[in-house]
Design a protein around this ligand. Sequence first.
Ligand SMILES: NC(=O)CC[C@H](N)C(=O)O
Length: 420
Amino acid sequence: MVTYRPTPGVVTDALAELLERFAPLREGSLADYIPQLALADPDDFGIALVSMEGHCYQAGRADVPFTVQSVSKPFVYALALSRLGLEEVTRWVGTEPSGDVFNAISLEPRTGRPANAMINAGAIATTALVPGTTPEERFGHILDCLSRFAGRCLDVDEDVYASEARTGDRNRALAFLLSSAGTLPGDPSEAVDTYFRQCSVRVTAADLAVMTATLANSGVNPVTGETVVSEEVAVQVLAVMASCGMYDASGDWLLRVGLPAKSGVSGGLVAAGPARFGIAVFSPPLDVHGNSVRGVAALRDLSERFGLHLMRRPVQLAPTVAPTVVPGTGPADEEVRLAARGFLDFTAAERLLHGLAHGGPESGGRVVLDLTDATGVDPFAARLLRAALARLEGSGRRTSVVGGEALARDAGPGSAGFSG
Ligand SMILES: NC(=O)CC[C@H](N)C(=O)O
């Protein structure tokens, strides 16, 4: 079990600001076709972000447990891909967006395969592909895999499982239909029961952020350091999330937010910035597609604010950040110097902010940000760095920037409204 240590600072402030902005949204309704989910608190709202270094940020109710539901699908797909490989898995489950609701009857005309692993039909088939001689063993592999992604031992909410098992006839129908088409390996009743248990695994937004950061980090859990799946599998899963993760809203999501994502009916929503971060939002009220209303609004806003759209620019090499403490006669005239090299984007800025927050003595001392060897700063990173310096000044530290002309210029579009 890992110790999850949220980092206070400017990124956390930005997450808190998102909560404040979107908490007043009152649209959407709770999923009540699983009666236990209708008992959720519609005001629960939490957000968490984990960087590739395992830096954890969170705001609001990011530690409230809820059932993972469909957010389990990409992770179980990753398990099936790891065990069987892409060719074998795609013999059973397609990789095309269905353009249809999450619980649609999905059977490809020629092959009888479900369209993809992010909708119920495809997820049930994927669950059935997980090797195991008994249902217990198969579910054991699934729980173990989800736990490795999260970096801690997860468990099942038995009440939600019982509730869904009692009312899950549509999913049962899907399983039997696939079975009759010859596209479900194994017994349909067992497959759907294991799928119900998988959907009832309990997580928090903080867990989901670590899980998604693991996919974004080429399959290596950035908090525990464990390789959970190969880079190849992580890339395959992110690709299917990008095209299919938001059901029949996937195209609009990719256009406007531009991040591989997955939603679930309990109100979880995750998005991955490949090689950058994993983020998760929890807010139970859902839109007509079954996606969290506040989650969609918050992640769309975050993507615009920090320039996170996947198509915007390939990820740049992050700079070397070297905090050095130059001793003085006492803590007050000690100097903490952070030198950055290369191009500074959001990822680079986050590293610098972390260095600024943790790189020196807690009190007193001058903080010098040395950008002499930085080749450029994008407006989003400039805005973050300025806010961090202002925050340090506000807490009584003296700061200065060397060679940071770009920081002084107007931060430009995409940064309007960000506090600091
Ligand atoms: N979209 C979802 O989260 C669906 C999962 C839910 N357990 C179901 O099968 O209906």
